[in-house]
Write a protein that binds this ligand. Structure first.
Ligand SMILES: NC(=O)c1ccc[n+]([C@@H]2O[C@H](COP(=O)([O-])OP(=O)(O)OC[C@H]3O[C@@H](n4cnc5c(N)ncnc54)[C@H](OP(=O)(O)O)[C@@H]3O)[C@@H](O)[C@H]2O)c1
Length: 324
């Protein structure tokens, strides 16, 4: 019996998942006791050629994916819909789900977790926040008894890359942005990154996980890095500071306070030295103290890595009768 996997979306992340499932076939079989087979791939544009095995179903119809009776679905599409509807349908059919879609999960994560819990199926969302850097797993499994009241994080690799290139190499904002695009860090339309929305969604996912609630979205001060000038960075450097785009969340007397904006950080601050495309998250727990996780926050393999790790964890703990 094989474990049947289906992919929703076959862009950067979906292709990364496909490649890792192929590349790690033997390890997966060893860990899970059965081979993993990709039984279907959902795409938007059927005219694009796809580097997949000829026998693999590629379709633009979700019903055809469900007809394959997958055990797990990897969701890596764009935006709230249709991903949210597809995920709910899959969970209702008792299919495990792993998603990278932060825009969708920030808005609907609470509901999705409830539906997954109701049907006793697995849901993985490590890749939504800081890609391959395992902050979701760390908070979910390793820091459960700690009371975590404060989070400070660099959650957008593109913004951090641009700020680093401006500060260290004296580049202008537009030169640094172009460089980030050339290296594949920034999307063709980078507004989500440089205006702070991407970091905001990730912070809301962390808030839901840590506090089972989110601040009112419109109350959260949100500013990106597009207005930062080389002069701002020089002025900060003269004081021994670096400007970083920081997403912060704090629980004060039961009330959530959040903000997402550029901040000049002194050398003593834990996020001061985070350069390039890295993400970093500092959490303060009442027992463990201050812990910082740092790692790549975007990219094909690092994001797909988080998804396949989620898949392994879910399948290892799922009872065998749940396989279709
Ligand atoms: N890239 C990263 O580093 C990264 C990191 C963390 C999380 N994520 C998240 O992962 C998700 C995917 O990102 P990506 O970089 O892989 O995006 P991408 O390269 O633009 O790929 C998106 C994929 O979704 C498919 N798609 C879009 N709308 C669809 C629809 N209505 N029905 C079926 N398929 C549809 C596209 O189909 P076509 O191929 O036919 O156009 C494409 O294959 C996003 O939610 C993103 O926020 C990405």
């Amino acid at each position: 019996m094989t474990i049947k996997a289906a992919l929703l979306g076959f862009g950067t992340v979906g292709q990364g998942v496909y490649e890792i499932l192929e590349e790690k076939q033997q390890d997966l079989q060893h860990l899970l006791g059965r081979p993993v087979e990709v039984v279907g791939i959902l795409v938007n544009d059927m005219n694009k050629s796809r580097p997949v095995r000829t026998e693999t179903l590629v379709t633009d119809r979700f019903e055809q994916i469900l007809e394959q009776q997958p055990d797990v679905i990897f969701e890596a599409t764009i935006g709230q819909e249709p991903g949210y509807s597809y995920i709910k349908q899959a969970l209702n059919e008792r299919i495990h789900v792993v998603t990278a879609n932060k825009v969708m999960f920030a808005a609907h994560g609470e509901d999705i977790l409830e539906v997954a819990d109701f049907h006793d199926v697995g849901i993985g969302y490590e890749a939504t926040t800081a890609a391959g850097t395992p902050i979701i797993g760390t908070l979910s499994h390793l820091l459960q008894i700690n009371n975590i009241t404060k989070v400070e994080a660099i959650l957008n690799g593109t913004s951090n890359y641009i700020l680093t290139a401006m500060q260290q190499d004296g580049k202008s904002f537009s030169e640094a942005l172009q460089e980030a695009k050339d290296k594949g860090y920034a999307e063709a339309d980078p507004a989500n990154d440089i205006e702070g929305h991407d970091a905001f969604y990730k912070l809301m996912i962390l808030s839901q996980l840590l506090h089972k609630k989110q601040p009112v979205w419109s109350d959260v001060p949100l500013k990106g890095i597009s207005q930062i000038s080389p002069e701002d960075l020089t002025e900060a450097a003269q004081k021994g500071e670096r400007i970083r785009h920081v997403a912060a969340l704090e629980l004060i007397n039961g009330e959530l306070s959040a903000q997402v904006k550029p901040v000049a950080l002194p050398a003593s601050h834990g996020l001061h030295s985070i350069d390039g495309v890295d993400n970093a998250i500092t959490v303060s727990g009442d027992l463990v103290g201050s812990v910082t996780l740092r790692g790549p926050g975007a990219g094909k393999r690092t994001t797909a890595s988080a998804m396949v790790e989620d898949f392994v964890r879910i399948l290892q703990s799922a009872p065998i009768y749940q396989l279709h």
